[in-house]
Ligand binder design. Structure first.
Ligand SMILES: *[C@@H]1O[C@H](CO)[C@@H](O)[C@H](O)[C@H]1NC(C)=O
Length: 289
């Protein structure tokens, strides 16, 4: 009888221990590639976190070309539509997002504008959060020329994703007036969108990782929201009015230890490749559990 009681007790303990659930993960690749770029990360998650973790490797439009020639708003809308029409993601209590490069801006757009289902941990690998301003390398001559010489013309602001987060530090007013996406996403304009800020503050963690070996996102510090001043000197975001006045909620996140700065020497394009597996294991994985 005693043995029986004991076994019931043990069974009771076993079933009453809460089982920590791992949230589904959405992956978003960067510019000039498609979702196959993130395939190794799908494998890493299944191997190192759990076979049964639901991973959705996001694609926008046809992949490669639509990662360049699109509008960032369309990309965000499609990102949200696909999450909300997926049977598992749409019913999830929360989801985690891991995004590479430009993918981080699309995913952040989802968080600020939709966040339904809400995001728990948001991890970005070298995303141009504060914009880019540097030698573009799209290997499409007219695109490189457009970005360098007339990033804010209508064509770019309608059909070329990178133009919509191109920030010219010599022409900041032009950027504010004519760039259709990033000034809004970063709540840089006079009229702030409180929802964007609230949704960022609702994150459990926002992990921003930058690389010391980044020649794609220029300056690489943009991955930490840091950017050039008008003398091309990189200024820390936490020294700016935007941070002090908490336009985007990053100060609130930081003061509650939920804004996580990370640094790696992983070359920009190699994040989702086996060369950078160590980076995933050491810094990223803990936020996907
Ligand atoms: C301010 O930002 C820099 C990165 O630009 C970071 O290294 C530093 O830790 C931050 N300071 C505080 C107090 O958060």
């Amino acid at each position: 009888m005693k043995v029986l009681a004991l076994s019931f007790f043990v069974l009771f303990l076993f079933f009453s221990t809460p089982i920590k659930t791992t949230y589904p993960v959405v992956l978003m690749h960067g510019v000039t590639c498609d979702s196959s770029e993130m395939d190794p990360v799908v494998k890493w998650i299944h191997k190192y976190i759990g076979e049964d973790v639901y991973v959705y490797n996001m694609e926008i439009g046809d992949g490669y070309w639509d990662s360049i020639f699109n509008s960032m708003y369309n990309s965000v809308d499609e990102f949200a539509y696909k999450i909300q029409s997926d049977p598992i993601l749409s019913k999830a209590e929360k989801i985690n997002i891991l995004a590479h490069s430009q993918g981080g801006l699309i995913a952040r757009g989802y968080i600020e504008m939709f966040n339904d289902p809400p995001v728990s941990n948001f991890i970005t690998w070298s995303s141009p959060h504060a914009g880019v301003f540097g030698t573009p390398k799209y290997d499409i001559e007219w695109v490189d020329k457009l970005l360098q010489e007339m990033p804010y013309i209508e064509l770019g602001q309608r059909d070329v994703n990178p133009a919509q987060y191109w920030k010219d530090p010599y022409n900041y007013q032009d950027y504010l007036k004519k760039c259709v996406f990033l000034p809004y996403l970063n709540n840089e304009l006079e009229t702030k969108n409180p929802k964007y800020r609230d949704n960022i503050i609702s994150l459990d963690h926002f992990v921003i990782q930058r690389s010391t070996d980044d020649s794609t996102v220029v300056p690489g510090e943009s991955a930490w929201f840091d950017f050039y001043d008008e003398n091309l000197k990189v200024v820390s975001y936490n020294k700016t009015t935007a941070y002090k006045e908490d336009w985007l909620g990053l100060r609130t996140l930081s003061e509650s230890n939920r804004l996580i700065y990370q640094e790696t020497d992983c070359p920009h394009g190699l994040y989702p490749h086996d060369e950078c597996l160590d980076n995933f294991l050491k810094y990223t994985m803990q936020y996907l559990k």
